[in-house]
Design a protein around this ligand. Structure first.
Ligand code: FPP
Length: 205
C-alpha cells in the first residue's frame, strides 16, 4: 500500500506555542521519524513525503536554508537506523538547485539504504508534480493521500499518481501526527469502496 503525505502545519504549530517557525520544522522532523518507524506495521509498503515543493523556494531565504540543513541533518543522523529497519530511501525532485552538502548527504543515504525491502521511503524535495509529468518521471500509483494542517488540496503533489487515491484530511498539525492518526487513516481507507470507475463490489456479477 502506497501512502503519500502532505506534511502541513509546522509553522502554525510553532506560532501557536510562541516558538519560531524553525521549531515547528524540527518537531516536524521528529514526526517524520515516528511515522517512518511505524508505517510498515500499518501495512504501508511505500511512503512518499512532501518535504519541500518547488514553490517553497519563494519562502524567506532563512527558512529555506534552515529546511535544507534540517533535511541534510535528518539524512545523516537517520541513515543507519533506516538501513537497519529495512527502509530503502529515495529522494525525488530536482537536485540541481539543492545545496551541494545536501546532495552529498542524499547520495550517501540512498547508497547506504539501497538494499532495503521493507519500506520504500520517498522524500520529495524541490518537487513539482507538473514538472514530473512533463519529464515523465512518475512514481507508483498512490492508494491513500494524507494531508495534515486543515487544508484540503494537492498543491502540485503527485497529481498523476493520485488519480484514484483515497484522500484523508485532518485539522491536526504535522508535528502532532503519529501512530494513532496513521492507523485511523489506514483503517478508514480499508472501509472505503474503491471502484476505479467500475461498479460497487456488491453489484458485480
Ligand atoms: C509545511 O508546513 C511544511 C514544510 C514546507 C516543510 C516540511 C518539513 C518537515 C516536515 C520537516 C522535516 C522533514 C524531513 C523529511 C526530515 P508549513 O511550514 O507550511 O506550516 P504552516 O502552513 O503552518 O505555515
Amino acid at each position: 500500500m502506497h501512502v503519500a503525505m502532505v506534511m502541513d502545519g509546522n509553522g502554525r504549530w510553532a506560532t501557536r506555542r510562541g516558538l519560531p517557525r524553525a521549531a515547528g520544522h524540527r518537531a516536524g522532523a521528529e514526526a517524520v521519524r515516528r511515522v517512518v518507524k511505524i508505517a510498515p506495521d500499518c501495512g504501508v509498503t511505500a511512503l512518499t513525503l512532501y518535504a519541500f515543493s518547488s514553490d517553497n523556494w519563494t519562502r524567506p531565504s532563512a527558512e529555506v536554508s534552515m529546511l535544507m540543513r534540517l533535511f541534510a541533518r535528518y539524512l545523516r543522523s537517520e541513515t543507519a537506523e533506516l538501513a537497519g529497519q529495512g527502509v530503502k530511501l529515495m529522494i525525488v525532485g530536482r537536485r540541481d538547485r539543492l545545496p551541494h552538502s545536501l546532495v552529498k548527504a542524499i547520495d550517501a543515504a540512498e547508497q547506504a539504504t539501497a538494499s532495503g525491502t521493507r519500506l520504500e521511503l520517498r522524500i520529495a524535495v524541490d518537487y513539482s508534480a507538473r514538472a514530473a509529468i512533463r519529464a515523465g518521471t512518475l512514481l507508483p500509483d498512490v492508494d491513500l493521500l494524507i494531508r495534515t494542517g486543515g487544508e484540503q488540496r494537492l498543491s502540485d503533489f503527485l497529481l498523476w499518481e493520485c488519480a484514484y487515491a483515497e484522500l484523508w484530511f485532518t485539522e491536526r498539525m504535522w508535528p502532532d501526527f503519529g501512530a494513532v492518526q496513521l492507523a485511523a487513516a489506514v483503517h478508514e481507507f480499508h472501509s472505503r469502496d474503491r471502484r476505479f470507475g467500475g461498479l460497487p463490489n456488491r453489484e458485480a456479477v
